[in-house]
Design a protein around this ligand. Structure first.
Ligand code: CP
Length: 316
């Protein structure tokens, strides 16, 4: 058995962390903790999603998110349909995404998980269908279940999520993870400092809460209770003139740089890691890295997100 925090969660969809209350975020994290012992599949999980069908509409590259949503649903007894756009009627027959979602829902779906390169697509799909929609990331907008995975890993390590100072360092401009973590940590009463070169601190006008920024990583580190590093998103860098050698010199988290932070401040990264770019390997693979723990937390968080949204839809 797992105790779902259904009394604190009434949303059909999980599309972002913007606007969620602390209580709602904690409802997902507390439910994820109930599922955490079953996240790796060693212990048989409660069959919360028995007889349920989840559609994975993952329309951008993904390793962690696609696999963890799949494992989350299947370990809870659900069935997962993997949609492949390149061999679908969207590819050459001009069927729209919204028509695709409506047609697939007509076959009987209990939830849709969607990742899309265009901002706001999960919201548009949610308006088009009646079943719950869980965002797996849209453009540089939000990646709510990744941020919840990061928060769960951080809570496991630090023991709380309020009153912390967290540096989120790197390619903030192109990062949906940075935005979702900002919304989550701020709602929970922690302070976030976005760190990076000016180039990566531009284009943040879409953010609806106050975002502190800093260009001097070394000066911020001593204040940090945790350091979240971001991937340099080279695939989104058309027209971005990054001096990579200078970036590594000023922002790569090396063991020497990490020594400036508080002694037990953990290092997080949502993955995938650009080896040797944002993190030195000694930190990626070092004792203060929570990176693989974040991945395990991702299964538990996705179990919680699917279970809570499906339960809320059923009660509505
Ligand atoms: N962190 C994350 O979203 O990883 P994937 O792109 O591999 O899913």
């Amino acid at each position: 058995m797992a105790n779902l925090a259904t009394d604190r969660w009434s949303r059909r969809d999980l599309l972002g962390l913007e606007g969620l209350t602390a209580d709602e975020i904690l409802a997902v994290l507390d439910t994820a903790d109930e599922y955490f012992p079953f996240a790796t599949g060693v212990e048989p999980a409660p069959q919360t999603l028995q007889g349920r069908t989840v559609l994975n509409l993952i329309l951008e590259d993904s390793t962690r998110t696609r696999t963890s949503f799949t494992l989350a649903a299947e370990r809870l007894g659900g069935r997962v349909i993997q949609f492949h756009a390149d061999t679908s009627s969207m590819a050459h027959k001009r069927e729209t995404l919204l028509d695709t979602a409506r047609n697939l829902e007509a076959m009987g779906l209990d939830a849709i998980v969607i990742r899309h390169a265009e901002r706001g697509t999960p919201h548009r799909v949610a308006e088009a269908v009646a079943c719950p929609v869980v965002s797996a990331g849209d453009d540089a907008h939000e990646h709510p279940t990744q941020a919840l995975s990061d928060l769960l890993a951080l809570r496991h390590h630090v023991g709380r999520l309020d009153g912390l100072t967290v540096a989120i360092s790197g390619d903030v401009r192109h990062s949906r993870v940075a935005r979702s973590n900002l919304y989550g940590l701020t709602a929970l009463g922690s302070r976030v400092v976005f760190v990076g070169p000016d180039l990566f601190l531009q284009g943040l006008d879409d953010i609806t809460v106050e975002a502190e920024t800093a260009t001097d990583f070394d000066a911020v580190l001593p204040e940090c209770d945790a350091i979240m590093m971001l991937r340099v998103q080279f695939e989104r860098h058309e027209g971005v003139d990054l001096d990579l050698a200078d970036y590594r010199r000023r922002y790569q988290l090396t063991a020497e740089r990490l020594a400036r932070a508080k002694a037990d401040a953990p290092v997080l990264h949502p993955g995938p890691v650009n080896r040797g770019t944002e993190l030195a390997d000694e930190v990626t693979d070092g004792p203060r890295s929570l990176i693989l723990h974040q991945v395990t937390c991702g299964v538990a968080v996705r179990m919680a997100a699917l279970a809570l949204c499906i339960a809320a839809a059923e009660r509505a």
